[in-house]
Ligand binder design. Structure first.
Ligand SMILES: Cc1cc2nc3c(=O)[nH]c(=O)nc-3n(C[C@H](O)[C@H](O)[C@H](O)COP(=O)(O)OP(=O)(O)OC[C@H]3O[C@@H](n4cnc5c(N)ncnc54)[C@H](O)[C@@H]3O)c2cc1C
Length: 376
């Protein structure tokens, strides 16, 4: 793994950063989405043969991090090109690839992703959304919760299980469910989040799907699912690092100017050191994110799994701390709408909870990496 970024990656970072700065914190999500797509950024990880840029998650994570750093993160990038695009590119049928990949890359279509269920939460083995065969069709029934951007997405990639695997270890299967499918309803959840993307509770009531709604192989679902979940964790790390960098930059600007004694408040180490620490934590998290992306793009799914978990953990924690310290640096202004940092306190917590919580990553590392007994 290269220890410094390649010239191509630096150039991509600069170009995306320039786009982000043009849109800024008051961005129009749709406008930015289509502009980023036109410039080839949304599909940078998708295969060239299907209209993508032929790069990997390393490139896609640079795009999301830089947009976030400019204050205009595109949350659906975590889902549409990273999870859904990856799963379809790696396991979809030729027809699914033709139908979805060029459209995901050029931004004309978006796909959401739904695995979380109200009665399963962190324990995906308990999901009960069930697919049963009816002739060649599938009938899908179940509930999902906290699913992002379902209203914006043309379809949602739903993780279910087949009837004969309702008990025991998860044997997932993935279905593309169109937004307007009969029996597929959504209710927006009232979240305390200021974001362009909303979260939904979904009900699937005998949603009839054709045989080709199933992505890949009914029996290889777990492998397929993990192929999508590692990019999701890496992209969540990029999301968190971008948000942390955005908040930190606002705090540093403020601390350089704000003077209430003889020197700017940034001259006080009580203000400067925690900001320096936040910067170091974000840089370290980025290193782990780059490692995870490198391993994933090199085809090492197992190695990437551990690194992606660690990167998501490190980035989530670094983001929460950076935002907290940034708000504090602004004193009362940290809580005003004008300075716009207070709402990031809630937003930063998302990276600690989703898509896999801090505790579940600590469980993974203590069990899988350190070989300690499984605690749950
Ligand atoms: C803004 C937002 C967007 C989201 N978008 C999506 C999406 O697009 N698609 C999707 O599928 N999901 C999405 N999610 C859901 C997210 O992935 C879940 O919230 C997350 O997996 C945690 O599940 P839960 O909320 O049910 O918490 P729970 O599983 O109920 O956990 C609650 C608490 O208990 C802790 N806990 C649980 N089990 C253990 C254990 N064994 N040991 C120690 N601690 C434990 C957790 O760490 C957590 O702190 C989103 C969530 C949010 C907040």
């Amino acid at each position: 793994m290269p220890t410094t970024e390649t010239d191509e990656h630096k150039a991509l970072r600069e170009a995306v950063s320039a786009l982000g700065k043009r849109h800024g914190r008051t961005y129009d999500r749709e406008q930015l989405w289509s502009e980023a797509a036109k410039l080839g950024y949304l599909g940078v990880n998708l295969p060239e043969a299907y209209g993508g840029g032929g790069g990997g998650i390393a490139e896609l994570s640079i795009v999301l991090e830089e947009l976030g750093t400019a204050g205009c993160p595109l949350l659906m990038m975590v889902v549409s090109p990273a999870i859904c695009g990856t799963v379809i590119a790696r396991f979809g049928t030729e027809e699914q690839k033709q139908t979805w990949l060029p459209a995901l890359a050029d931004g004309t279509r978006t796909m959401a992703f739904g695995i979380t269920e109200p009665d399963a939460g962190s324990n995906s083995h308990r999901i009960t959304t069930t697919a049963r065969k009816d002739g060649t069709d599938w009938l899908l029934t179940g509930r999902k919760v906290f699913i992002s951007g379902v209203d914006l997405a043309d379809a949602t990639l739903i993780v279910g299980r087949t009837e004969d695997s309702r008990t025991g270890r998860l044997k997932p299967c993935l279905f593309i469910v169109p937004r307007d499918a009969q029996g597929f309803t959504r209710r927006q959840i009232d979240m305390e989040l200021t974001a362009a993307e909303k979260q939904f509770e979904l009900t699937l009531d005998d949603v009839r799907l054709p045989a080709d709604a199933l992505v890949g192989d009914e029996d290889a679902g777990l492998l397929q699912l993990f192929a999508g979940l590692n990019p999701e964790r890496i992209m969540t790390a990029a999301f968190a690092i971008g948000m942390g960098r955005y908040a930190l930059a606002r705090a540093v600007e403020y601390a350089r100017d704000r003077t209430v004694w003889d020197a700017p408040i940034g001259a006080h180490q009580a203000i400067a050191h925690p900001l320096a620490q936040a910067h170091i934590d974000l840089e370290l998290a980025r290193l782990m994110m780059q490692k995870a992306a490198y391993l994933y793009d090199a085809g090492d799914d197992a190695g990437a799994g551990e690194a992606a978990n660690m990167a998501k953990y490190a980035a989530g924690e670094a983001c929460v701390r950076a935002v907290d310290q940034s708000v504090h640096t602004l004193g009362g202004n940290g809580l005003t709408r004008e300075f716009g940092l207070a709402s990031l306190i809630t937003a930063a917590r998302v990276a600690r909870i989703a898509p896999v919580s801090r505790e579940m990553i600590l469980n993974y590392v203590s069990h899988q990496t350190l070989g300690l007994p499984k605690s749950y």
